[in-house]
Design a protein around this ligand. Structure first.
Ligand code: FAD
Length: 404
């Protein structure tokens, strides 16, 4: 007996911010689409990220030219409309960490140069604050503090909102439960139900790989050209305690010396995620060395903040991108081969732009009976990954790390 094969316009592998935006866009345009997730939604980069909707500050201060900053400049407005519920996907239920960022600098000549570059190239230009407008945490700084209209989202909340009510399109896969093979047109994707072991075959006209780090293995399984990916690792620091809310960047020369974002943990404590140059340099440090370095850096860039009773911890993560000889890409990347689109948003902020570009490369939607996808209602849907500060790891008092 011939087994039934379910035709779909698109099968997406990987449910981080990129895959979820692509799924939304596909469904909004009438494509039949399913997203396969092998772990929890956002595992890897999205859940580890700082949630800043960049408008190009980082590109501007590193002296990238106008062209490379153009695409990112549009993103804050695109997101602002979704976050206000004025455009799709409706993200009005996403928790905002902040409606804006602060930018401040250490007072060196190098620092001034980066600052001027940023002011020239940005669409949302930093507005320098007067003394009486400064939050207490920024008192005592030598250089100016500016406010920048870049919103900061809570990544876990974003993943929850994007995956809400998409159960029949979001499919949890099991280890060894997915096989793919090329058909004359499109791909055969054979799935095994993670609980019952029942098989289900899909005929996908287009396959999208948006699996972050997982794209390497998937590209191998789809027999695509090797060595098209790169990882750029980061070693991030988290600080928790009675901390002021800070979301923004301290600029030093052509570098973001630290980027700090603030959230709350399950117990209501404030948690800072600390990235930027510190996390790049931290890759070659042990957690103890990095915590000690971070304590000194934080005292240097925020002298008025008392960290005496704070605790800290580090986490290692990586940025997964198209291969660019280790250099940071400045825009989204899509490689199209054999009816497979391998995608990297490069930044969370670029996810809407990536989704637009992906659907622009798809054929018009088939006239499929979308109720056929209801077959997936008996399949488990993936949960959202846990934020890095909620994992069960021991935190260290910051005063101890300082004395190392
Ligand atoms: C520490 C850090 C901070 C950052 N901060 C910012 C920021 O403030 N602003 C910004 O714009 N960008 C930021 N970024 C970049 C941003 O996080 C990423 O560009 C973006 O999240 C990538 O999303 P993604 O969906 O492509 O990948 P991911 O979020 O990595 O998601 C990949 C998904 O694919 C799944 N998967 C893996 N293998 C398979 C498989 N075989 N089958 C099915 N599913 C699979 C994973 O489980 C995961 O759910 C940051 C990145 C890092 C690491």
């Amino acid at each position: 007996m011939t087994k039934e094969i379910l035709p779909v316009d698109c099968v997406i592998f990987g449910g981080g911010v990129a895959g979820l935006f692509i799924l939304h866009k596909c469904l909004a345009l009438g494509h039949s689409a399913v997203l396969l997730e092998s772990k929890s939604l956002g595992t890897g980069q999205t859940i580890d990220s700082q949630g800043i909707i960049h408008g190009g500050l980082k590109y501007a201060i590193t002296g990238h030219n106008e062209n490379s900053a153009t695409a990112i400049r549009e993103m804050p407005l695109v997101w602002r409309r979704c976050l206000a519920g004025e455009a799709t996907p409706d993200l009005s239920n996403v928790t905002l960490r902040s409606d804006f960022c602060h930018v401040w600098r250490t007072d060196s000549l190098r620092s001034k140069l980066g600052w001027f570059a940023a002011k020239l190239a940005l669409r949302t230009k930093p507005k320098v604050l007067d003394q009486d407008e400064l939050p207490e945490a920024f008192h005592g700084l030598q250089g100016p503090v500016a406010r920048l209209d870049e919103q900061v989202v809570e990544p876990r909340s974003l993943l929850e909102v994007l995956s809400h009510e998409l159960d029949t399109n979001l499919i949890q896969t099991a280890d060894g439960g997915v096989e793919v093979s090329k058909l004359d047109e499109g791909w055969l994707v054979q799935l095994l139900h993670p609980e019952t072991g029942d098989p289900l075959d899909l005929h996908a006209k287009k396959v999208v790989l948006s699996a972050g780090k997982g794209n390497v293995q998937l590209r191998d399984e789809f027999n695509l050209t090797p060595n098209k990916t790169q990882d750029r690792p980061l070693h991030m620091v988290m600080v928790r305690g009675d901390l002021p809310v800070i979301n923004g960047h301290c600029i030093d020369g052509a570098k973001t010396r630290v980027t700090i974002t603030t959230t709350k943990d399950y117990a209501g404590r404030s948690v800072w995620q600390v990235g930027g140059q510190l996390a790049e340099d931290g890759v070659n440090k042990t957690p103890e060395e990095l915590m000690s370095f971070a304590a000194k850096e934080l005292q240097a860039v925020l002298p008025n903040v008392n960290l005496d009773h704070a605790e800290c911890i580090t986490y290692k993560t990586t940025r997964a991108e198209q291969h660019m000889r280790g250099i940071r890409p400045t825009d989204i990347s899509i490689i199209e081969e054999n009816e497979v689109l391998t995608c990297w948003p490069t930044k969370l902020a670029f996810a809407p732009r990536l989704a637009d570009e992906v659907v622009a490369r798809m054929d018009p939607p088939s006239i499929n009976d979308s109720t056929e996808l209801s077959i997936f209602s008996s399949w488990p849907s993936p949960t959202v990954a846990l934020s890095p500060w909620e994992t069960d790891q021991p935190w260290s008092p910051i005063e101890l790390t300082c004395s190392l």
